[in-house]
Design a protein around this ligand. Structure first.
Ligand SMILES: Cc1ncc(COP(=O)(O)O)c(C=O)c1O
Length: 380
């Protein structure tokens, strides 16, 4: 059979490449972004209970109403921002589906979408699948700050969407309120839709405040926020996330959702309603991961890697420029094969794979794994 690929240039995901390599070479895997410890038993028990209680058929298309109400209360409690649970919040199959549906709902052929690089890997293929064009704004080491003048220059009549991600994967940096205000000014009185990927909303360090897009009313009126229970509650395989947007944007989103996934895992939604009653389940997360970041960084303090401590997410970028002149992909492969530790070479998220000599390590790991990782890294 002959066919033409819709994404001819798409390569195998770097997460699969590095995780496969880690398995083959029996290496410690700090590449892919998920914990190697079990999530809260209380939540697992709540899911089992929901299954036993009979919540095993289709959930409502937008999600269990009580869960949407719980999410609305969370936005009110954390940010004083209101979303109507009836028509401005939808439960999705992880943030990935939320991102995909939001892009698909709005990006038409020849539309332009501004994407900050390094960018999480699902944005650009989805833009291209819809005939859109990704316009990159490269963030450079060491601080990964946005040059808003460059963004301004790249906005034109074809700009349909701008995608932001804070806290940012892979750099571990966060947007300041000044960044959000700049974005708000640049998009004011335009038809640009903003997609704010906030999956690491609850993992933010050193008393930084998460600048959720919903804190900026004019921005909020044109934007989607996408979020992930998988990231927040240590169960990325359950594939449950959510998306919030004003009603007019959400109406278009729902059209994409209805005929791709229709509705999301029912017992997990029922369990999350009960679990979200205790805000400490998400409020304690920053402290929990900050302790892991600090453990990891204290242990590699004497190594030849250079770093700026991550401000959010559960990723730490390490600069290996004092160690090797290899490009980051080759270096990451060699570390996996020879030193038995796997990471992600961050150039894959950059425009033209520009190489900053940075590797991304995931510290959502047991303390024991982090100690073993540090032992290896300090000997390189
Ligand atoms: C920045 C970012 N956005 C979205 C996702 C996808 O989240 P989910 O697993 O809920 O689909 C990830 C997962 O690693 C991510 O790092």
């Amino acid at each position: 059979m002959q066919h033409t690929s819709k994404l001819p240039n798409l390569e195998t995901s770097i997460f699969s490449v590095m995780s496969d390599l880690a398995r083959t070479h029996n290496a410690l895997n700090l590449s892919q972004g998920f914990p190697n410890f079990k999530g809260d038993q209380k939540l697992i028990d709540l899911v089992c209970k929901a299954m036993n209680d009979g919540y095993n058929h289709y959930a409502p298309m937008l999600g269990v109403l009580k869960l949407r109400e719980a999410i609305a209360s969370k936005y009110d409690f954390l940010y004083g921002s209101s979303y109507n649970p009836e028509n401005e919040i939808i439960i999705t199959s992880g943030a990935t589906q939320a991102i995909s549906s939001a892009i698909t709902a709005f990006v038409k052929p020849n539309d332009e979408v501004i994407v900050f690089r390094p960018a999480y890997d699902c944005y650009i293929p989805t833009i291209e699948l819809n005939g859109g064009k990704a316009i990159s704004v490269q963030l450079n080491t060491p601080d990964f700050k946005v040059d808003w003048q460059e963004v301004k220059q790249k906005i034109n009549s074809k700009t349909k969407m701008i995608i932001i991600n804070t806290p940012h994967n892979p750099s571990g940096t966060v947007f300041s309120d000044e960044d959000m205000l700049q974005l708000q000014e640049l998009t004011r009185n335009t038809n640009i839709v903003v997609l704010s990927d906030e999956v690491y909303e609850h993992i933010i360090f050193d008393n930084e405040k998460h600048q959720s897009l919903c804190l900026f009313p004019d921005l909020k009126s044109r934007s989607f926020i996408t979020a992930s229970f998988g990231k927040t509650f240590h169960n990325t395989g359950w594939r449950v996330g959510y998306c919030c947007a004003p009603r007019d944007l959400m109406e278009e989103f729902i059209k994409m959702h209805e005929f791709s996934v229709f509705s999301i895992n029912h017992p997990i939604q029922v369990a999350l309603v009960a679990y979200l009653k205790n805000p400490n389940h998400y409020l304690d997360l920053s402290g929990f991961f900050q302790q892991k970041r600090d453990l990891f960084l204290n242990l590699i303090e004497g190594s030849r890697f250079k770093f700026t401590p991550s401000k959010g997410t559960y990723f730490q970028s390490l600069d290996y420029s004092q160690i090797s002149t290899e490009n980051d992909f080759d270096f990451a492969v060699r570390l996996t094969k020879e030193k038995k530790i796997a990471s992600i070479p961050t150039s894959v998220f950059n425009e033209d794979k520009v190489n900053h000599k940075m590797l991304r390590f995931c510290f959502a790991k047991t303390d024991d794994t982090l100690k073993r990782a540090a032992e290896i890294l300090t000997q390189i």
